[in-house]
Design a protein around this ligand. Structure first.
Ligand SMILES: [Zn+2]
Length: 240
């Protein structure tokens, strides 16, 4: 399993990759899981956590409540006794297992959502899960023993949030993609302008790496380049 380490010894392990990345932040025997993958990957997630020796989690942070991130939230909450942390904007979706359908930000994304969106809705639902802690904008994770904090990074979805670890590595969910080498812009977003503001917030940290839920790590220089380019395009409509 791929692993990153910050200068103060925080370990970030990619527990699952491929379909949707799941990350574990660990230090001194404490563990926070970020996202849970789609429901169909539960056995694999369980197995990989067992391999890492994780029996209990101090918290589960959901970057947002799309089905490929929150699909196993209820199971993780129960099995690992993990309090579930979500932005207040999406708490009701999580509690009700409701699907949020985003807008496409490029031709393919729009085509998919416009033509298939309605049929997809039942498949985009998650098993309902109790939101234990609802975040209003930011939350320090110091109470959980981590030099880390949550920051509201909406745009892909209204309640998207990122976790900044040790002011060095950020886990950004779908606020960025890491699938193609020239762009970090996600193919789906509820508000592209808001997303750009969220990138600004993330770039205001000292983070050198931005780990997305889909694809590989984005270095700071690439994110800055994308940010500058899209800022120049504003207020024109952003096209991928
Ligand atoms: Zn998403």
């Amino acid at each position: 399993m791929k692993n990153w380490e910050t200068k103060n010894g925080y370990q970030i392990t990619r527990v699952l990759a491929g379909r949707s990345n799941v990350f574990l932040i660990s230090k001194g025997g404490r563990n926070i899981l970020v996202d849970t993958s789609p429901a169909g990957l539960w056995k694999k997630l369980e197995r990989n956590l067992r391999r890492l020796g994780v029996e209990r989690l101090d918290a589960l942070v959901l970057t947002h409540t799309h089905y490929d991130h929150a699909g196993n939230a209820a199971r993780v909450q129960e099995k690992y006794k993990a309090p579930v942390i979500v932005q207040r904007f999406e708490a009701s979706f999580l509690a009700g297992g409701e699907a949020i359908v985003p807008h496409g930000t490029n031709f393919l994304g729009r085509l998919l959502i416009d033509h298939l969106g309605k049929n997809l809705v039942p498949r985009l639902k998650c098993p309902p899960c109790r939101p234990d802690l609802q975040v209003d904008d930011t939350l320090s994770l110091a109470d959980f023993g981590f030099n880390a904090h949550i920051v509201h990074t909406p745009g892909h979805s209204p309640g998207s949030q990122s976790v900044v670890v040790d002011d060095e590595i950020a886990l950004v969910g779908d606020a960025m993609f890491g699938v193609v080498p020239w762009s970090v812009f996600p193919p789906f977003a509820s508000d592209a302008g808001q997303l750009l503001e969220s990138w600004g917030k993330l770039l205001a940290t000292n983070c050198r790496l931005f780990l997305p839920s889909h694809g590989t790590a984005n270095p700071r220089a690439l994110v800055q380049k994308n940010f500058d380019r899209r800022k120049r395009l504003e207020p024109q409509k952003t096209i991928m």
